[in-house]
Design a protein around this ligand. Structure first.
Ligand code: HEC
Length: 313
């Protein structure tokens, strides 16, 4: 009986994800719809597979044209931790290369203390911005130097103004972007991801996107005016962001290489911190909880044996 139960449990663990995967690969289409498509295709003499591909329901997603490369990040895995030097460099890249277009509306400047800055440094950092405040006694809005409790100032007053200045595409806010973007990994990779605890799809994507501008668009691919070819862009062959950064653009004082590759890693790591400042604490707590659960499970097993010891069966 015991054997049967554990075999059932193991089978559930193995086949559960497989079933989910198959359901996802169907793209949510039930068997009925597929049958209908086939019958229709048979009537018109078309190949059903070709039709499915045309509708964009093909098995492999059309975009991005290339999948992001997996990078190694210090904050990956159950023992992940921030590399403070990297986050400080990332902040510098954000300030000097991205902040003219991208806002970070949900992040307060006081949280920069987490990156290893002192209170005075954070105050000086905040004071370099002019922030709108008010109304004052006479009912007027006024400008004052920023304080640590202010959010990062946005480059544009509203998304419409941001879109108007960027060929109609508003640069997305950075606050949660590193967690909001992920290229679909497909089966079976995403099953392994559960066990390897891969959660860095967002930062891998950002790194790939920023370093992905070098290539020429393949012949025959039409690129809309005002957009730039990038095979890693998740929503099309080209995006409205011009290559935002080039070698030696931002000066590093700690000896890290001043290359697009390094800038991209640093700013991506910084964006991950912005999106989830308590990531390290979450992982540390999770690990302790797992250890507790294992010990607790053993204890429960022993208690169960004790309780039922004298019951004949
Ligand atoms: C000249 C303005 C400009 C600058 C500077 C800029 N961006 Fe962008 N960015 C944009 C625009 C516009 C979009 C929206 C593109 C689209 O949807 O076609 C965008 C989109 C993005 C996206 C989202 C892509 C997606 O999947 O939707 C990321 C990530 C990004 N930018 C990162 C950066 C980083 C990092 C920097 C600094 C190194 C930077 N950007 C600098 C204008 C800019």
């Amino acid at each position: 009986m015991k054997r049967l139960l554990s075999a059932l449990l193991a089978a559930g663990l193995l086949f559960g994800p497989v079933a989910v995967a198959t359901a996802q690969q169907d793209g949510g289409q039930g068997p009925v719809e597929n049958d209908a498509a086939e019958t229709e295709a048979a009537a018109t003499g078309e190949d059903p597979a070709a039709e499915v591909a045309e509708e964009g329901h093909a098995e492999t997603p059309h975009y991005p044209l290339k999948r992001p490369e997996e990078m190694s990040w210090t904050f990956a895995g159950p023992f992940g931790h921030w590399d403070l030097g990297q986050l400080q460099r990332g902040l510098k890249v954000y300030q000097e290369a991205c902040a003219v277009c991208h806002s970070m509306n949900l992040v307060s400047m006081r949280s920069l203390a987490d990156l290893g800055y002192s209170e005075e440094q954070v105050q000086t950092f905040a004071a370099q911005f002019q922030v709108q405040d008010g109304p004052n006694d006479s009912g007027e809005m006024f400008e004052r130097p920023g304080t640590p409790s202010d959010r990062f100032p946005a480059p544009f007053p509203n998304p419409e103004a941001a879109a108007a200045a960027n060929n109609g595409a508003a640069p997305p806010d950075f606050s949660l972007l590193a967690k909001a973007r992920a290229v679909e990994r497909g089966f079976p990779t995403f099953v392994f991801d559960i066990f390897t605890q891969y959660q860095e799809a967002g930062v891998d994507y950002i790194h790939a996107l920023l370093t992905g501008y070098d290539e020429e668009a393949p012949a025959g691919l039409e690129i809309q005016p005002g957009t730039y070819y990038n095979p890693y862009f998740i929503a099309g062959p080209a995006l409205a962001m011009p290559p935002p950064i080039s070698d030696d653009q931002v000066e590093y004082t700690d000896g890290a290489p001043q290359t697009v590759d390094q800038y991209s890693r640093d700013v991506a790591a910084f964006m991950m911190w912005a999106a989830e400042p308590h990531l390290v604490e979450r992982k540390a707590t999770g690990f302790v909880v797992m250890i507790f659960l294992v010990i607790f499970a053993v204890m429960m097993f022993l208690v169960k044996r004790r309780v039922w010891a004298n019951t004949p069966h």
